[in-house]
Design a protein around this ligand. Structure first.
Ligand SMILES: [Zn+2]
Ligand SMILES: [Zn+2]
Length: 301
């Protein structure tokens, strides 16, 4: 299985257009890497690709990855888009696929119904496209078996912001060689289902939005806590670091990292804690090859 990290930041990216925080300033000054919003591309054969989330950076991400270039006249190797939830930064890039022919879209039923109420998203549920609900079932697309993993989460603010079943899902991605990746860029808690699925994966990507629950408040960047925004913080009681550290998974990454997160600065104590735990922050452009015989990282993260 090939995995391409298309983006590794939370909504807004790094730097965020209206943010003068220290990480955004460092990125503008080229002291930290620029990051686009989190998305992953996976392929069983290197020819057909499946995207996990479509951000408002998707056009640039496709142009930056030669594997995703058109195969011919009006033909793309991108066969399907899986959405973890209905947050704008995870799905608004779907609108950039409006020229697509028979695109397959998958999400939970509640995410599909929420988005398709909007006239701009509705055409993605009509022929020649399909938008299937995958609340409880696996699907096989382009040689990859993709299974939803139930994780607790919130609906986006525009859809009420409530905690409901299937507001958010993670995905397990497996190929015929037995290689397995878990993609979980948003969750309120590492529950048993997620820990079990990630425990025997070759690679796991977890929600690294915020280091601490009150990060935006203490930095004067916002009023809501991480959990009020639907994200488990990395550190502290009930944080994801505890859970991720305990997993046997071979390669552990944080992705969907917000520009406020101190771990983005390699000189920070937070970054040192992640290094000590054997967890990397995913990098835009990173290429991973997972397989039953050869496990390697070609570049980047
Ligand atoms: Zn997001
Ligand atoms: Zn910032």
């Amino acid at each position: 299985m090939q995995l391409h990290v298309l983006g590794s930041a939370a909504g807004g990216g790094v730097p965020q257009w209206n943010c003068g925080c220290s990480n955004c300033a460092a990125a503008r000054e080229k002291r930290l890497p620029h990051r686009t919003q989190a998305s992953l591309a996976a392929s069983a054969d290197g020819r057909s690709w499946v995207l996990f989330n479509a951000t408002t950076d998707v056009r640039r991400q496709i142009e930056d990855d030669l594997a995703l270039a058109p195969l011919g006249l009006r033909d793309s190797p991108i066969r399907a888009v899986f959405l973890t939830d209905a947050n704008v930064d995870h799905c608004a890039g779907l609108l950039d696929f409006r020229q697509a022919g028979p695109l397959l879209v998958f999400s939970t039923g509640v995410v599909r119904d929420t988005l398709c109420k909007d006239a701009m998203f509705a055409p993605f549920s009509r022929a020649p496209r399909t938008w299937e609900a995958v609340d409880d079932r696996d699907v096989t697309v382009a040689g990859l078996r993709i299974s939803p993993i139930r994780v607790p989460g919130l609906m986006p603010a525009f859809a009420g912001g409530r905690r409901i079943d299937n507001a958010v899902t993670a995905f397990a991605i497996e190929d015929g060689s037995g290689a397995k990746c878990v993609y979980a860029p948003i969750f309120l808690e590492v529950n048993e289902d997620l820990a079990r699925a990630a425990g025997d994966a070759d690679a796991a990507f977890f929600d690294g939005s915020f280091w601490s629950d009150d990060e935006l408040k203490t930095q004067g960047l916002g009023v809501r806590t991480a959990r009020e925004m639907g994200h488990a913080p990395i550190a502290g009681q009930g944080g994801s670091l505890e859970a991720l550290r305990a997993l046997k998974c071979a390669r552990k990454y944080y992705t969907h990292v917000n520009n406020s997160n101190p771990a983005l600065d390699p000189a920070s104590g937070a970054a040192a804690d992640l290094r000590d735990a054997g967890i990397a922050i995913a990098q835009d452009g990173a290429v991973l090859t997972l397989g039953s015989r050869a496990r390697q990282v070609s570049s980047g993260a």
